[in-house]
Ligand binder design. Sequence first.
Ligand SMILES: Nc1ncnc2c1ncn2[C@@H]1O[C@H](COP(=O)(O)OP(=O)(O)OP(=O)(O)O)[C@@H](O)[C@H]1O
Length: 208
Amino acid sequence: MTSEADLLLRARELACERGGRLVCRDQSLTLAVGGSIWLRGRNGCGKTSLLRVLAGLARPARGELWLAPQLRSLFVGHQNALKDDLTVAENQRFLARLCRLERGEAALDQALKTWGLWSRRHLPARALSQGLRRRLSLSRLSLAEDARLWLLDEPFDALDGEGVATLGAALYGHRAMGGACVLSSHLPLGFDRLPQLEHWVEARGAGA
Ligand SMILES: Nc1ncnc2c1ncn2[C@@H]1O[C@H](COP(=O)(O)OP(=O)(O)OP(=O)(O)O)[C@@H](O)[C@H]1O
């Protein structure tokens, strides 16, 4: 049983709009310390739209969203948001600054090592494979322990087994330290470290 004091997020009957069109509605979720939610649903049903609302990047078209006071969240979108002309290390530092994940050099270097990017730190991002680009974008998570709520859009996309294990360990560690996450994924999340609760997002109307 979750106590009110542990609650980080409560959404009641949210509806999300994209381009002036309602894409999903009646989305009710609660998330507490140590919790995780796996958003599921068909392509285009509104998972990204819902994550954007939870991240405060868009307003709900209807419904209520309550977030714990002073809650810091980190949204990692499906797009990797990398600058092709910058090196791996420069991109990492840029993303860290953009997300206000102010950490020392040692933590930044360690994050690159954790995500298997250290030997490539001087390469321009354009030379990275899709999976390595995804790793670089996700390497922010290793700097984000102060952001208690992680909102991750298709974080497993393009990762190999090692990348999946690194992300799984990051999620497990974050939850163990009092964090929580909401993530979307089309991949089967078979291992026990990952989301406890599945939330299905239904597109608004048949065939929407
Ligand atoms: N900027 C936009 N303008 C207009 N419509 C949009 C915009 N972005 C998304 N949509 C539409 O909103 C709907 C929901 O999109 P969303 O990206 O939230 O779905 P999703 O469940 O994350 O999809 P997927 O599983 O394919 O990633 C889709 O029909 C999409 O085409």
